[in-house]
Design a protein around this ligand. Structure first.
Ligand code: URP
Ligand code: ZN
Ligand code: ZN
Length: 466
């Protein structure tokens, strides 16, 4: 199978030039001008278009039993939506219930994806319990190519772990060279504030923010990074939403703590006024940490521009507005948390980042692809365009104009948080290891084409824990 992409303007995190790309089998075989192709090669004319490395979403939920219900996508619907949006690799959070062993959890999540995904995938392994039996299982799963864990400092009584479990998880991760991704919010503060708000009759979606203000998130970041400092573990803060939390991460970095930061497209573009919309409409915008005051958006954009924040993800967690969000109609603490956006991350980031002049093209590629590959052991197989890399490519038309709508989306959810938003540019052609999966913006790929990506651990840091 050969594919020739001609005359595109190739943009990576570091380079920008016009050339042809010849893909043979799964990988990039040649890059140059006026390349000729063997007979039978499919030729795609990318004149006037950008060619980006396939985008990577490092924080996605496809299968998620959560808050009394299940997230709506399957790997079939989710991977199609990802590809239409230019995402060729997703890393899903494997989130076993506390009653499950790590091994059972991993097998269950793997079974949802294997043979059912059109794009490549990997997992962060949720450590939702840590006891003596867990440790041996985690070691075995890491050997199978899962080189990142996920811990929740929030969600008391569900996925949340206690401090003893956190310490032991981080120690093991430091020993193995595993990165620990973390949801950072103080669960005790949330639980107490939720009780107070409900007792005062404050039940509407806007109260979600009041129960988890920025200081609750900042405390979570500080808490995690204190443990990281003492264990020497490498950490990655997921879905960071506000200046207070970022300040804690930057302070810890200055002390030598190993920490990378992810923000979400939602926090860059939406603010807490959306969750304050009347008639329960605000429930569409309930996620954790909550959407913040608008003034945080500039802090996050600057953080991306200046390298304080490494990645932009989606934390895609689709729950229907009509049937699922109303579980919390009389009690905001029961609204299933999540704002779907797997399909729209790239066009929104391009429109409001690059086209609006907030970030340049290289930063765009870096935060939406390259950094995720580097943080999670996929680089340079993924995350860039070079000889030998996987031929995951996005031919992007910057002249396209469109409008986001739930009526036309591939994500299996009944609303869009960005309904009616205009977008500039879109992925025209998307390839998964040399095979065309999207043409003219439409899915033409193959369910089952996607592979599980085994990822190596990091070399264990030489600096000792304090
Ligand atoms: O609200 C969110 N973020 N839902 C998904 C679960 C999580 O915390 O990542
Ligand atoms: Zn989370
Ligand atoms: Zn999440």
């Amino acid at each position: 199978m050969t594919l020739l992409i001609k005359n595109g303007e190739i943009v990576t995190a570091s380079d920008r030039y016009t050339a042809d790309i010849l893909c043979v089998g799964d990988t990039i075989a040649q890059i140059g001008r006026e390349l000729t192709a063997p007979a039978g090669t499919e030729v795609i004319d990318a004149t006037g278009k950008f060619v980006f490395p396939g985008f990577i979403d490092p924080h996605v939920h496809i299968y998620l039993p959560f808050m009394g219900t299940y997230s709506k996508d399957t790997y079939e619907t989710g991977s199609k939506a990802a590809l239409i949006g230019g995402t060729t690799t997703l890393i899903e959070m494997c989130c076993p219930a506390r009653s499950m062993s790590a091994e059972e959890g991993f097998e269950l999540w793997l079974a949802q994806a294997e043979g059912k995904s059109a794009c490549d995938f990997s997992f962060h392994l949720g450590v939702t319990r840590f006891d003596d039996a867990t440790e041996a299982q985690l070691r075995a799963i890491v050997r199978r190519g899962v080189s990142s864990f996920k811990v929740f400092l929030a969600y008391k009584g569900a996925f949340g772990i206690d401090d003893t479990e956190l310490y032991r998880t981080l120690k093991l991760a430091a020993e193995l060279g595993v990165v620990v991704t973390a949801h950072c919010e103080n669960e005790t503060l949330i639980a107490e504030r939720q009780k107070e708000l409900l007792a005062a009759g404050k039940i509407d979606p806007a109260q979600h923010h009041e129960s988890r203000p920025p200081t609750v998130e900042a405390e979570g970041v500080h808490h995690l990074l204190t443990f990281a400092e003492l264990t020497g573990a490498s950490t990655y803060i997921v879905h960071l939403s506000c200046r207070e939390a970022l300040a804690e991460a930057v302070r810890a970095r200055q002390r030598g703590v190993r920490v990378a930061v992810e923000t979400l497209i939602q926090y860059l573009l939406l603010d807490k006024s959306y969750a304050e919309r009347p008639d329960f409409e605000g429930a569409k915008y309930v996620m954790s940490p909550p959407l913040r005051d608008r003034s945080n958006q500039a802090v996050l954009w600057h953080g991306l521009r200046d390298g304080l924040i490494q990645t932009v993800a989606t934390d895609h967690a689709p729950f229907d507005f009509v049937r699922q969000k109303p579980l919390g109609r009389e009690d905001f603490t029961k609204i299933p948390n999540g704002i779907p956006s797997l399909e729209d991350r790239i066009t929104l980031l391009y429109t409001h980042g690059v086209a609006a002049g907030r970030i340049d093209l290289h930063t765009f590629v870096d935060v939406a692809s390259t950094q995720a590959a580097k943080q999670f052991g996929l680089f340079p197989r993924k995350g860039t365009i070079q000889l030998g890399a996987d031929a995951d490519l996005v031919v992007f038309d910057p002249k396209h104009r469109g409008v986001i709508s739930a009526k036309t989306q591939a994500m299996n959810v009944d609303y869009s948080a960005f309904e009616g938003w205009p977008i500039q540019g879109r992925p025209d052609v998307v390839t998964v290891r040399g095979e065309v999966a999207v043409r003219d913006g439409k899915f033409v790929g193959r369910i089952g084409r996607g592979q599980f990506l085994a990822r190596p651990t990091r070399s264990v840091p030489s600096a000792p824990a304090r």
